[in-house]
Design a protein around this ligand. Sequence first.
Ligand code: NAD
Length: 496
Amino acid sequence: MSTLPIRRTGDDMIVLPAARIAGERIRAHADDAGTPIFNASTGETIGWQESASAAHVDSAVRAAHRALGAWRDTTPAERGRVLARIAELVEAERDALAALQMRVSGKPPIEAETDAGDVATTFAYYAQLCADGAAFADEPIALPGDAAKAVRFYDAVGVAALIMPWNFPMVTTAWKLAPALAAGCTVVLKPSELTSPTEHALIDLIEKAGVPAGVVNVVNGGADVGAALTAHPLVDKISFTGSTAAGKKVMRTAADDMKRVTLELGGKSALVVREDADVDEAVALAVGGAFTNAGQMCSATARILVHDSVYRSFMAAFESAVRGLVVAPPEVAQAAQAAMGPLISDAQRQRVQAMLQQGIDTGATVAFSGHVAEGAGEGFFMAPIVVAEPAADNVLWTDEVFGPVACVKSFRTDDEAIALANDTRYGLVATVATRDAEAAKRYRAQLRAGLVWINTPQLIFPQVCWGGFGLSGIGRELGIAGLRSYQELRHSMQAN
Ligand code: NAD
């Protein structure tokens, strides 16, 4: 892809500017050496990025504010054409985007390719909503009597601050950016400081698609830059994906100006394997749910509940699947039937290992583990771990690990499984493996989660909303609700 990183030096290093404001790449002061960007699967430094100052954040928000009027006044059909063009460009550059994703995050090829495909389908979905127009049309409201008529309509909320995590860069960005642009909002986007190259590559394509200058702006940096962005008085809406701890800070800051918030936070989700489940399929759900993206998923189903009667057969098959996972860099993972990539950083690996140790020190038992492939080198790899029957108050059972650690507990009745699954302050997703349609209905009704998968892996379609209960956040992304989260609901009433 010709436009990928902003600037490369002779030795193929990625260099990212402090900000991109109204189409201009803004460099930091000369004394800002920048922070390194790593390849998670080799541990090597592959580039440098500068950090935005408070003044850059202010300029970016003001640029978005200036661009708002004209972009909000475009028709949904006009915005839809721009979104469709973005989807086409992403589709055309899918391989290059996946390659960059592998180079930064070290994801196995199948995961990186899926990410790039999801970006294209998300933009295509919102392009279609815009083209269709029905979601943007005035909705007449029937009133009693004939004194007046009322209309419900939706208007862009304004300038949106979009803050990204590192586990699904580009995908999370598409989930926020596509509906924000569809709604007529302008944005300032802050990538995670760990995975900014893929976000910049996506922004290159967005600029190429003809999004007017100032409609999409980027500020690079960490928590301080995110905090400055969320505090800016000209920001109307914040969409944040990240940890529950940071999400609480964002919500407190938002309260000062009553900014609208969408918070997609952590999870501690359950997979329930009933006595009538197909054990091999349930194991595939367990491996995918716990170890995709090395377990660094808000939706990880890392609490696996297995009916007593199939517990032994499940554990035997689960063990051989986990031992068979090839934990290796993308080039090695390419040839493997099932693979797992590295953690995103050495700091994240240390955090996960410390939590695992804490769990073990307080009584958790490791049932089995996989292994890191020979030749994985200096990458941030960690073997997948399965813990059996942890106590209900063990940290590995209660807290989000965000790494390749899964816990398995047995149960005897559906009541017990539902109670265990719901015994958490999170509520993002849940998975149920059962061949009993009535039981599936009951689980769907009683599991406290935003999305319940029944006998399906963690499929996500842009038509189906994403978001959860409790500490998992506020609001929904994707689908019509995702569009509405960038709109204000309005009404008008007129005398007959
Ligand atoms: P994080 O909270 O450390 O950082 C997320 C983003 O917020 C980063 O861009 C970071 O720079 C920024 N940030 C940090 N503190 C901030 C503050 N006070 N104000 C504004 N911005 C701030 O999270 P992470 O480590 O990047 O991501 C992992 C977390 O994200 C996990 O807890 C995971 O469950 C969650 N997550 C949730 C979803 C979801 O859809 N629910 C999806 C992916 C990740």
